[in-house]
Ligand binder design. Structure first.
Ligand code: KIV
Ligand code: ZN
Length: 518
């Protein structure tokens, strides 16, 4: 009997572009590079590294990723304008395999109200954009933004025209998460059946999650013939986010009997990628989040535990090991030396330069003094903090807190600012409030604290506590993050981390320009 041909679904990761557009999630170029390296380990097909025209920082991040991350195709986003496309082409130029992703909106409301154009003008702009992009790159993707609310006839017409102009991938976005699965599947099916040249392009989908249907819509599209899915790690992205990469991948893998499709993802890297994205963006993962939430593989109810112990398939459809959730090993201790530290980092897949290694080893030793047992998760935290570090202006020298249920909390902090040590004290509603008001008046800043969260990153009584803060300052929204075995120290460091990021963004021009969308 002839062997059955199995198709493959390409995974296009947009964590660094659409994901990074999540409010407060902005990443600096070295953090983007670190995530891109991890996405390569995950073996995604395409990394959408950014939107090069949107800021100098994004341009540099895309270019650096194109230069350093080999294997996946590196894509950059561009509006249907020559200037955008040329900037994007320049950013992806060092890639072995680069892609220019151009888009323009096609739904009535976008065409008439936002672009103030006619459909014919939009069609001509789309074709011209693809033709310009093809002058720089053989691999061009086109997206009719808000495709799910675009009139079907116009959608077919523009898809046919951009394929004729040279687009080899046509991506159908549900930009506002409006579609429902049966309907969205039918849209893809009718493009396959009715666009005459559709076999010259890969159909891709890009589903937002406003109604919680991003993954369901993507899978319905795959069933109808889409062969690329755009998604983001932990489902981050504009508003309610994008379809979650880990859910798409594990659904296709776990229900291969149903879809009969391959994906080339190294699923054992999922957990690590998820943790890295969460800690660098400051967006935490809900406990019951599918695949990567803390409870995803926990069996609390007695009846479930009993079943799982007898036969794991009773209540488990996936194995925790398959997504990289192995029991973390106790790896190192206070007396472990440089060699053991380096070896374990290499086993975990980290490549650190000399400076990065020096900083990480110093942190490891400091941690060893406070914490008896050091696990892989501790090492991941150290590496993430030390490798992707931005230049810092404010460093915490010390923090002293007076607090309790019978005293009014007060804090004294000493911060070094470019080497000069400054000290201040303040009181507050609680110890964290006291620390933050001491720092704010010391540095003469008035940030608004939008969010503060704390969680334990590792296990045991002496676990590392991670504090994440979200601040608004001078029109910028920034997050800050720090870990320590002392959560008040971590609180102070996280606040200073956010202030350092705000300064860095103001000075490096790394902030996105507010752009018109024509
Ligand atoms: O949601 C959307 O429409 C997009 C496009 C630029 C692909 O992000
Ligand atoms: Zn999007």
């Amino acid at each position: 009997m002839a062997e059955e041909k199995v198709d493959r679904v390409k995974i296009f990761d947009t964590t660094l572009r659409d994901g990074e557009q999540s409010p407060g999630a902005s990443l600096n170029p070295s953090e983007k590079l670190e995530i891109a390296r991890q996405l390569k380990k995950l073996n995604v097909d395409v990394i959408e590294a950014g939107f090069p025209i949107s800021s100098q920082g994004d341009f540099e991040a895309v270019r650096e990723i194109a230069r350093q991350v080999k294997g996946p195709t590196i894509a950059g986003l561009a509006r249907s304008r020559r200037q955008d496309i040329e900037r994007c082409a320049e950013a992806i130029e060092p890639a072995d395999s680069g892609r220019i992703h151009v888009f323009i909106a096609t739904s009535d409301v976008h065409v008439e109200q936002k672009l103030e154009k006619t459909k014919q003008e939009v069609l001509e702009m789309a074709v011209e954009a693809v033709e310009i992009a093809r002058q720089f790159c053989d691999d061009v993707e086109f997206s009719p933004e808000d495709a799910a609310r675009t009139r079907p006839d116009f959608l077919k017409k523009i898809v046919e025209a951009v394929i004729d102009a040279g687009a080899s991938t046509v991506n159908i976005p549900d930009t506002v998460g409006y579609a429902v699965p049966g309907e969205f599947g039918n849209t893809i099916r009718s493009l396959r059946e009715e666009v005459p040249n559709i076999d010259r392009a890969v159909i891709s989908v890009h589903c937002h999650n406003d109604l919680g249907l991003g993954v369901a819509n993507s899978l319905a599209a795959v069933e109808a013939g889409a062969r690329q899915v755009e998604c983001a790690v932990n489902g981050i992205g504009e508003r309610a986010g994008n379809a979650a990469l880990e859910e798409i991948v594990m659904a296709l893998k776990t229900r291969r009997d149903y879809f009969n499709l391959d994906v080339d993802i190294e699923t054992t890297e999922i957990a690590r990628t998820s943790r890295l994205v969460s800690s660098l963006t400051g967006i935490s993962i809900q406990r019951n989040k599918a695949i990567v939430g803390d409870n995803a593989f926990a069996h609390e109810a007695g009846i479930h535990q009993h079943g799982v112990l007898k036969e794991r398939q009773t209540y488990e459809i996936m194995r925790a090991e398959d997504v990289g959730l192995t029991d973390s090993q106790l790896v190192l201790g206070k007396h472990s030396g440089r060699h053991a530290f380096r070896q374990r980092l290499e086993e975990l897949g980290y490549e650190l330069d000399k400076e990065g290694f020096k900083r990480a080893f110093k942190r490891f030793k400091e941690l060893g003094d406070k914490k008896k047992e050091i696990y892989d998760e501790d090492l991941e935290v150290i590496v993430e903090e030390e490798v992707a570090r931005i230049p810092t202006v404010y460093e915490l020298e010390y923090v002293h807190i007076l607090s309790g249920n019978t005293v009014y909390p007060s804090a004294t902090v000493e911060v070094s600012v470019k080497g000069e040590k400054l000290r201040n004290s303040s009181s507050g509603d609680g110890p964290v409030d006291a620390i933050y008001s001491a720092i704010a008046s010391l540095l003469d800043v008035e940030p608004v604290l939008n969010d503060y969260s704390i969680r334990s990153v590792t296990r045991g009584m002496d676990a590392l506590g991670e504090v994440t803060v979200d601040l608004s300052i001078d029109g910028l929204s920034v997050h800050g993050r720090a870990t320590s075995t002392d959560v008040l120290e971590a609180s102070a460091r996280a606040y200073l981390d956010a202030l350092n990021r705000a300064r860095y963004r103001q000075q490096s021009g790394g902030d996105r320009e507010v752009m018109d969308t024509v």
